[in-house]
Design a binder for this molecule. Structure first.
Ligand SMILES: [Zn+2]
Length: 274
């Protein structure tokens, strides 16, 4: 018995991001001042999350989009955590939505993303998550040449033994967990519906019960602690309730015997079959 790990993975990207047709760079949902990217919710959410993680003594994995990373301030918030990459301007790296990417352009985006994380965090990223969870073979095949060894752009159903798996080329996948709830509806480890008020913490704790050994991976965005896609920027009461829900998920899963780990630590503890 090798035990159970929980990986909290957090996308650090522009507030309530949306694809803008025909453009590579993503925008933010228009709250009255257009669709230019905003970073206030992601910055505030990072500070709140950082406080919660310090209090609980948990180290997590961030997937930082380069422009966002360069636009926010949160002294010390990322210290001690794993910081991976998540595009330069939250591009669809499969080249969808009328913004096709040739291999040279894709390579350029990945290189600049890696450089930005290295410059700001002081360590070159070794983890990656694709914006919109959209990754294809060309993208995944290119990641190892940028020093990336761990990807988390896929979903995988929870199973009694849930292990990372190899994608080839020295790349290990630590997928976001998914499963079915008691009524048979699909539920993924993305906490999105909880932040939008459509699911409660217990739904995600129940999802973790499908894993007896291996890795359970949940995911969220820092902006989602402070801004609902549907209801807009939250008031203080809404933010406090939202943060309390996240705390309940984390403590509930830990109470079930899951040990919090970063993505590389979990992949090392549960190495994929070669
Ligand atoms: Zn994202």
């Amino acid at each position: 018995m090798k035990g159970k790990a929980v990986c909290l993975t957090v996308d650090l990207d522009r507030d309530a991001n949306i694809r803008l047709e025909g453009r590579e760079a993503a925008g933010s949902i228009d709250r009255g001042a257009g669709t230019a990217p905003r970073y206030a919710s992601t910055e505030k959410g990072l500070e709140l999350l950082s406080g919660l993680l310090d209090e609980l003594g948990i180290r997590i994995t961030y997937f930082a989009e380069a422009e966002t990373l360069g636009s926010i301030v949160c002294a010390g918030c990322l210290d001690g955590h794993e910081v991976g990459m998540h595009g330069f301007a939250h591009e669809d790296l499969t080249g969808g939505d009328g913004a096709p990417l040739d291999a040279e352009r894709l390579s350029d985006i990945l290189g600049r993303s890696s450089d930005t994380v290295a410059d700001i965090v002081g360590r070159r990223p070794r983890c990656f998550r694709a914006p919109y969870m959209k990754a294809d073979a060309r993208l995944l095949g290119m990641l190892p040449s940028f020093g990336v060894r761990f990807d988390s752009s896929e979903y995988a159903a929870v199973a009694p033994v849930s292990l990372p798996y190899s994608l080839g080329g020295g790349l290990t996948e630590v997928p976001v967990s998914e499963g079915r709830d008691a009524s048979g509806r699909r539920i993924t480890g993305y906490l999105w519906p909880m932040h939008e008020g459509r699911r409660g913490p217990q739904d995600f704790i129940d999802l973790s019960a499908g894993v007896s050994e291996g890795v359970f991976t949940i995911a969220t965005h820092t902006w989602h602690l402070c801004e609902s896609r549907e209801r807009g920027v939250m008031d203080a009461e809404g933010i406090a309730a939202n943060l309390a829900n996240l705390r309940e998920v984390l403590t509930g899963v830990m109470d079930e015997g899951f040990v919090p780990m970063t993505v590389p630590a979990a992949a090392e503890r549960f190495p994929p079959a070669l």
